[in-house]
Design a protein around this ligand. Sequence first.
Ligand SMILES: Cc1cc2nc3c(=O)[nH]c(=O)nc-3n(C[C@H](O)[C@H](O)[C@H](O)COP(=O)(O)OP(=O)(O)OC[C@H]3O[C@@H](n4cnc5c(N)ncnc54)[C@H](O)[C@@H]3O)c2cc1C
Length: 472
Amino acid sequence: MAVIGSGPAGFYTAYRVMSKVQDAIVDMYEQLPVPYGLVRFGVAPDHPEVKNCEEKFEEVAESPRFNYVGNVKVGQDVAVKDMKPHYDAILFSYGASEDRRLHIPGEDLRGVFSAREFVGWYNGLPQFQGLDPNLADGDQAVVIGQGNVAIDVARILLSPFNALRHTDITEQALESLSRSRIESVKVVGRRGPLQAAFTAKEARELMNMPGVAFRAIDSGFYPLDIKKLPRIQRRIGEILLKGSKASLSDTEKSWALEFLLAPNAMNAGSDSNNLASVDFTRQEFSPGADNLAKNASVSATSETVTIPATLAFRSVGYKAAEIPGLAELGVHFDHKLGIIPNDPYGRIITPSAGPGDLAASHIPGLYCAGWVKRGPTGVIASTMDDAFTSGDVIATDWHSGVPFLNTEHGNNGSTGMGWDGVKDLVTAQGIRPLEWKDWKRIDAAERARGRNLGKEREKFGSVKEMLESLDS
Ligand SMILES: Cc1cc2nc3c(=O)[nH]c(=O)nc-3n(C[C@H](O)[C@H](O)[C@H](O)COP(=O)(O)OP(=O)(O)OC[C@H]3O[C@@H](n4cnc5c(N)ncnc54)[C@H](O)[C@@H]3O)c2cc1C
């Protein structure tokens, strides 16, 4: 089986298939030299415990039935149609590498970033090492969106230097944050606190951050007897209503949650192309909507609210993109949902007219898992559950003898060469594929760099540096 993408979805599915199909061999393709997807490049540097799943991934990778093919971008360095003859199954687990835009005027002003860029920047993602966010231009930042990623961005902007300096945040980001003038971060949502997507744990962490005060929210969003709310909303409500340990009178740094505001324009200062403020349209709960319901709807009022800010981050979701060449395998990427069409188990299916459309059928041998399967929501634990479902269905299909790739009836129709059948096509283009042992050397070099700085690791910020470290 070829697995495309080395994030949690790829690793957990590989693990499941290798445990349930005796002798199954997995080749895992990863576009970067380094593995683990958003565990390395998304999860916040001050949450190292979340990265413990890497130990499990490493265990999977140490199996003699597992081959890592790093630094090879499927769809660019090798076409999926050229991989097909050599595999029985292909699993697409390449995540969601784009971000959703707001489509409002001024979104490209200097000082406006996607959370994806900013998170990638502080986590060492090569693509965004040149970002250079203007953290020293002003003291107010706005984050648009109220999920956990938005809270991560606010926390990193407000964290005391010492809370980050021993983490694996890049030195470049640390240096830039040490010069940051940001004192106030407003995290803005279109609906109310009961509809926000962040979790209690993330909110509590920011409330407990030393030297950072929380601006109280309007208690009118909550019923008088908060105990009547479902457990999760009640816990979040209690945290928000209690507020922060630090008080506004004792500290300059603060954060706030702003509700019922939808962005409609980003404005530049009078003599520059730099962000100066963000305009929002005030929302109200739609007539008849249950304000306490998770899915309560809102509608626009005629009021505009302007929030001054020199930095704005849109954190309104990630989006998967189509890999070139999918259509040649009969896969029709769903651009609207940003997923590969699949049945509830992860079998890739032909286009369907919607649930219950029996005309949609499985394309033999093709499967998906993770964010490209169900959209960019959910944490590592839910991605694991979902990947196990995909792994189980691959094993069940294999054992029941349904057609896989290159077979009309039954299994074993491929050349069985796997990566050996693909390698020459890749190396002929001057691309240097990496094995697991190469990643382990990069890993060791990063840890050595980190030790000198009193950190767990100092990541290489470019593919060139990663590859050069293998030659030194
Ligand atoms: C900013 C952020 C913070 C998060 N923090 C947490 C957290 O604290 N706790 C938690 O539980 N969850 C967290 N999550 C969620 C978690 O990261 C995801 O649930 C999970 O990573 C999704 O797994 P995936 O394998 O589908 O995608 P990814 O992790 O994105 O992995 C996809 C992999 O595919 C590779 N790839 C892409 N295209 C190609 C190609 N053409 N060829 C080869 N390889 C390719 C990518 O480089 C990547 O390595 C966070 C998410 C984000 C965005």
